[in-house]
Design a protein around this ligand. Structure first.
Ligand code: UDP
Length: 265
């Protein structure tokens, strides 16, 4: 009987489409959908540094869900459909554009180094940069000339991507500021979706403390993956703090995989 046929396929029987450093993509329940699974793995410096951090995947799933759902709600198109469970979300299958789009509001990381700026310097205006997604080449920075010459995106698509990046930056800056957090910079990815003859570019992948620089407004404490890159410790606690301030996690929610814990009276 039809109603006995469950749509849910256990994880170990689903077809794995792609495995990245922090996520796995499985085939979805309907054509044109995928399941995005968040792992606990943390990597930096093009995977030369690697660690498993208990609870990170659960937090990134929740934080990214919250951001993408809000983007959908304000009319910024994304690949996100809905969260399925602690580590997985249902997404639309897109053709990933092989660019990392970085938006910066404050000098930090590679920009501070490259231009000799002091970390924390407010930039004269938000700056958008493109990096070619290629692990073997260490994701080199590229210009619009490279992008169009090599056919990664055409000029109209670059305009669309930049317009999306600015909207996402404005939304995220306000969202985080309301939580006492300064959005220093972030990375986003985009993909193409076809609806009949129409093609749209949507925000894809994830937006989480793994892909943003987030500083506490008052103390300038780092609440992002720089804690891992710079061996500062306290990564899960920092991500948990971001989630808590955004009102995502209840105080009592436990994101690490351990068994029941003693609740303090
Ligand atoms: N970023 C990312 N993935 C990358 C490279 C950078 O998510 O492969 C993010 C990073 O977390 C930061 C922003 O993009 O929020 C700018 O990173 P930057 O170019 O300063 O490089 P990094 O210092 O991280 O090497």
């Amino acid at each position: 009987m039809d109603f006995l046929k469950t749509r849910y396929t256990p994880m170990n029987r689903r077809r794995r489409i792609y495995e990245g450093k922090a996520k796995v993509l499985y085939e979805g329940p309907e054509p044109g959908t995928l399941i995005q699974h968040f792992k606990d793995d943390a990597t930096a410096f093009n995977a030369k540094k690697h660690e498993v951090i208990d609870g990170k995947g659960v937090l990134n799933n929740r934080i990214s869900e919250y951001i993408f759902q809000n983007l959908n709600d304000i009319g910024v198109p994304t690949h996100f459909i809905r969260r399925l469970n602690m580590r997985e979300q249902l997404i639309r299958e897109v053709e990933i554009i092989p660019l990392e789009v970085v938006v910066r509001n404050v000098a930090a990381g590679s920009l501070a180094k490259r231009l000799g700026l002091e970390e924390g310097t407010q930039l004269p205006r938000s700056i958008i940069e493109f990096y070619y997604k290629n692990d073997a080449l260490d994701d080199p920075m590229v210009s619009e000339e490279h992008i169009t010459a090599f056919g990664w995106a055409n000029p109209q698509e670059i305009d669309d991507i930049m317009a999306l990046a600015i909207r996402v930056n404005d939304f995220l800056s306000g969202l985080f500021l309301g939580a006492g957090i300064r959005l220093v910079d972030f990375k986003m990815e985009t993909g193409r979706i076809w609806e009949g003859d129409m093609m749209r570019i949507v925000v894809a992948d994830e937006i989480s403390p793994d892909s943003c620089r987030l500083w506490d407004v008052k103390s300038a404490d780092k609440l992002d993956k720089d804690r891992f890159r710079r061996d500062m410790g306290g990564l899960v606690e920092a991500y948990q703090e971001v989630a808590r301030r955004l009102g995502i996690l209840g105080e009592a929610e436990n994101v690490t995989a351990g068994g029941p814990r003693l609740v303090q009276p």
